[in-house]
Design a protein. Structure first.
Ligand code: LLP
Length: 437
């Protein structure tokens, strides 16, 4: 579910018209809904209520301070992947003692920072990393809480670039080797073996792979609890969201169509997994990013030109692959709607097959190809939906394009939570060598 809807033909985020935001703050513009963020969080939190649990939001999906604060206020922990993310969480008012720290390449500085801030646990992804964490903890006269990331070798059946839980991937330690690794870790005096972690991939739309992985790993978690006294089992993130609605089916009520919400619901997820997890008696962690932030954000863009080539109708907009990289990177689908929905716009006869493209000088700079869209012209605005996760965070300055502003809406309040980057900021750290002057 989400809080973007059409009221009298105008797109609203909660009670604020998106067109009014574009007028005030310019374009391209990311817009987030506080109600959607927090209700997505609460749905997961309550689905897991039968077990002792902690939802650790993954800031990698959207790390804006406003977003992090909204989730910290709702009680969220955080699944961080860098020292930078830890600093962000702290800057946003998040609690380091609710943070777990994943990633295959943690540096000495990052480990030291996390130890000094007393995070809940590191998820170690290799033996050399464990040894490094132990060494730094000894130097700081601390015990480092760790979980080991197990690679369960279960296919998540998702896009190859976001699959993580098979032996083809760089993540974690092979299932068969994990117990041996815990045995050796137990001998490292400055480690506290606190948990076990896994994450099989992202944008999973079926519960099957989660169930398979939990079934495979739960007995291991139980044995580790008995032998080493671990207290938590993190089953990772990965819950998929709906990116497509029934717009193209010509359904006038497409926005509220069940097609948009019929994917993996927290209830379905919990119904299958909670019975497998309850008998463990462990604290269960999950690490959702996309599920919480994905449908809580849109990217608003302005039409600059419409160019008809005989073969194609190109709608050239002011956002590009540097602002939202997912279509160029993964060929991913983002629904595109005009901010004003005119009567009959949903009818095929009023739509025109279009390629929505950005101004960046690459053929890969497109948001959709040959998609039936209502007719739009110069100065109209479009919204790219489901852009709240892996949107702004993956933006770059390619083609010397400044990053968009971000706005957070709550009810009828809207606030800029990140200013549009100024062009000068882009080369602020650069200089011309003396010998070229
Ligand atoms: N935990 C770990 C260890 C992860 O690596 C990830 C995501 C998550 C949790 C959160 O996964 P989520 O609940 O968001 O699926 N840029 C790609 C997605 C990359 C996901 C990376 N890891 C995209 O735009 O689809």
């Amino acid at each position: 579910m989400h809080d973007f809807s059409f009221k009298r033909g105008k797109l609203y985020c909660e009670n604020v018209s998106v067109a009014s935001l574009a007028k005030k703050h310019g374009s391209p513009l990311y817009v987030y809904s506080h109600a959607t963020l927090t209700s997505n969080f609460r749905q997961l939190d309550s689905a897991l209520s039968p077990v002792d649990h902690l939802v650790c939001y993954s800031p990698k999906a959207n790390s804006n301070l406003g977003v992090l604060r909204a989730l910290a206020n709702a009680g969220s922990g955080f699944d961080i992947v860098s020292g930078g993310e830890l600093q962000r969480v702290i800057a946003a008012g998040g609690d380091p003692s609710k943070c777990i720290f994943a990633g295959v390449g943690k540096t000495e500085e990052e480990i030291e920072l996390a130890l000094k801030k007393s995070i809940y646990a590191f998820t170690a992804e290799s033996e050399p990393e464990m040894v490094r964490i132990n060494k730094i903890a000894r130097r700081l006269k601390k015990k480092a809480p760790i979980a080991i990331r197990v690679n369960p070798n279960v296919d998540a059946k998702t896009h190859a670039k976001i699959t993580t839980g098979t032996y083809e991937n760089k993540f974690g330690i092979a299932f068969e080797e994990v117990e041996g690794v815990y045995k050796r870790a137990a001998k490292l005096k400055n480690l506290h073996l606190r948990g076990l972690q896994m994450h099989i991939g992202s944008q999973l739309t079926e519960v099957g792979p989660f169930e398979k992985a939990v079934k495979k790993v739960a007995p291991l978690a139980k044995r580790l609890a008995e032998k080493h006294g671990i207290e938590f089992f993190s089953i990772g993130g990965g819950l998929g969201i709906a990116y497509e609605s029934a717009l193209e089916s010509g359904d006038a009520k497409w926005w509220r169509s069940p097609k948009r919400t019929n994917l993996l619901s927290p209830a379905k997820y919990a119904a299958k997994l909670v019975p497998l997890l309850t008998p463990l008696g462990l604290r269960i962690l999950i690490e959702p990013g996309r599920f919480i932030a994905g449908n809580a954000g849109i990217l608003v863009t302005r039409v600059e030109y419409v160019k008809q080539t005989g073969v194609k109708n190109f709608v050239i907009v002011d956002a590009a692959m540097n602002d939202l990289a997912r279509p160029a990177l993964y060929d991913s689908y983002h629904e595109i709607v005009p901010l004003t929905w005119k009567p009959g716009d949903h009818l095929k006869k009023n739509q025109i097959s279009s390629d929505v493209v950005g101004p960046v000088c690459e053929s890969g700079d497109y948001f959709c190809k040959n998609r039936p869209l209502p007719k739009v012209g110069e100065g109209d605005h479009l919204a790219l939906l489901s852009a709240g996760a892996y949107g702004f965070v993956m933006a770059s300055n390619y083609n010397t394009r400044a990053n968009p502003a971000e706005v957070l809406v709550k009810g009828n309040q809207a606030e800029v939570v990140r200013k549009r980057q100024s062009l000068k900021q882009l080369w602020a750290g650069e200089s011309v060598p003396k010998w070229l002057k």
